[in-house]
Design a protein around this ligand. Structure first.
Ligand code: PLP
Length: 379
């Protein structure tokens, strides 16, 4: 069911990931998958283009999108979502910015690090300081430091940006961890924005707990999410902000159009098709990624035995600790000597040397070639 792109197809389809690297480079960087679109999504888009669905999307609320996401959340997470509380926005990055601007008190934003690197730019765009909550790269398990979070809120931070599941660590925060976050946020009257774009990509062995499914979160939290990461449609521009609190929803709806986060009607078509008709394809994708993570472990053991990789509980993005090989920036060495494009770890945690992020959403053959090249370049 998962159809791998050939290199020619990938170069035509994924114009950022494949189109901006030299022809001899294997790209394993930006979070796009080397797989053809899910057939239900492709068919819905083809129908919409034939019908000329290229005008403005329906303003502010789209009942069909709300219903589609509510059904997906019920089936996949056992979560009850009120379809009326699902608001479209252009993409997850914009949705987080809008939620900060509209709903959060002025004041610093707490960002657990390493973090998806564009999140650092939120400080500039929303005129806030970013206060990092570092996750220890040497800790056996990823754990948010709740005492430090408590301290940051006491000193004036107003909002936590949670990335759940986490990119780049591939960690799925447990219910207990999230309840701890909730208790600290409630104690300080702080806000939580939960970026859950990777939630459909939780792999066997882990369970996604939507932050808003916890008791006591409705009044201080919103989730920002999309079908676009799991269904490879980020260029279509349609994410969703989910609220549980009618007051938050009304504040978002009252924003003037000049906020300029409008989404695309084709993005809506794709999201609805993915949420309503994508379950079988998504199950096949998760099975493929599960195989790819096992293959990655085997390949690393053979070709880069000193690498440490975080257990990949979700996403297709593996976080590699390559410090044992002695390169400050292994991504540059991988490109120069191995002709593999990784993401440099220091983009996700400034000052952190020796780490890189590797995208495994490709064919087993290509992943093998990537790791063989990395072994030669770094080892
Ligand atoms: C955690 C996280 N949030 C947001 C995004 C980007 O989403 P969008 O393209 O909808 O802005 C990504 C992309 O990989 C991501 O990993």
């Amino acid at each position: 069911m998962i159809r791998d792109f050939t290199e020619d197809e990938a170069r035509r389809a994924l114009v950022l990931k494949w189109g901006t690297v030299d022809p001899d480079v294997l790209p394993a960087w930006v979070a796009e998958m080397d797989y053809a679109l899910a057939p239900p999504v492709a068919e819905a888009l083809q129908r919409a283009v034939t019908d000329g669905v290229t005008g403005y999307p329906p303003a502010l609320v789209n009942a069909a999108l709300g219903e589609a996401y509510a059904g997906f959340a019920r089936r996949h997470y056992g979560q009850q979502v009120d379809p009326e509380q699902v608001l479209p926005t252009s993409d997850v990055t914009a949705g987080v910015r809008v939620a900060l601007d509209v709903l959060s008190e002025p004041g610093p934003l707490v960002l657990p690090t390493p973090a998806y690197h564009p999140q650092f730019g939120l400080g500039h765009c929303t005129d806030r300081e970013i206060w990092e909550l570092p996750l220890d790269p040497d800790a056996g398990e990823v754990r948010l430091d709740l005492d430090r979070l408590d301290d940051l809120f006491s000193r004036g931070a107003t909002t936590l940006l949670l990335t759940q599941p986490h990119n780049p660590l591939g960690h799925v925060h447990t219910r207990a961890e999230l309840e701890g976050v909730r208790d600290v946020a409630l104690r300080h009257g702080a806000r939580v924005i939960s970026d859950e774009i990777h939630a459909p990509l939780v792999l066997p062995g882990a369970e996604h707990v939507p932050y808003l499914s916890l008791d006591g979160t409705a009044e201080h939290a919103v989730a920002v999410l999309a079908a676009s990461k799991a269904f490879n449609t980020p260029g279509l521009r349609c994410a969703q902000i989910v609220t549980s609190d009618p007051a938050a929803r009304n504040r978002l709806l009252a924003e003037p159009m000049a906020r300029n986060d409008s989404w695309s009607p084709l993005g809506e078509v794709a999201a609805i098709a993915a949420y309503e008709d994508g379950d079988a394809w998504l199950a096949a994708l998760v099975a493929r990624l599960d195989e790819q993570r096992t293959l990655l472990d085997e390949l690393l053991a053979e070709h880069l035995p000193e690498a440490r990789v975080r257990p990949l509980e979700a996403t297709f993005l593996a976080w590699l600790d390559l410090r044992a090989y002695g390169h400050d920036d292994p991504a540059t060495v991988a490109l120069d000597k191995g002709r593999v494009q990784l993401e440099a770890g220091h983009r996700y945690q400034p000052g952190l040397d020796g780490h890189a992020r590797l995208n495994i959403a490709t064919s087993p053959e290509r992943l093998t070639e990537i790791v063989v090249r990395l072994g030669r370049a770094l080892g």
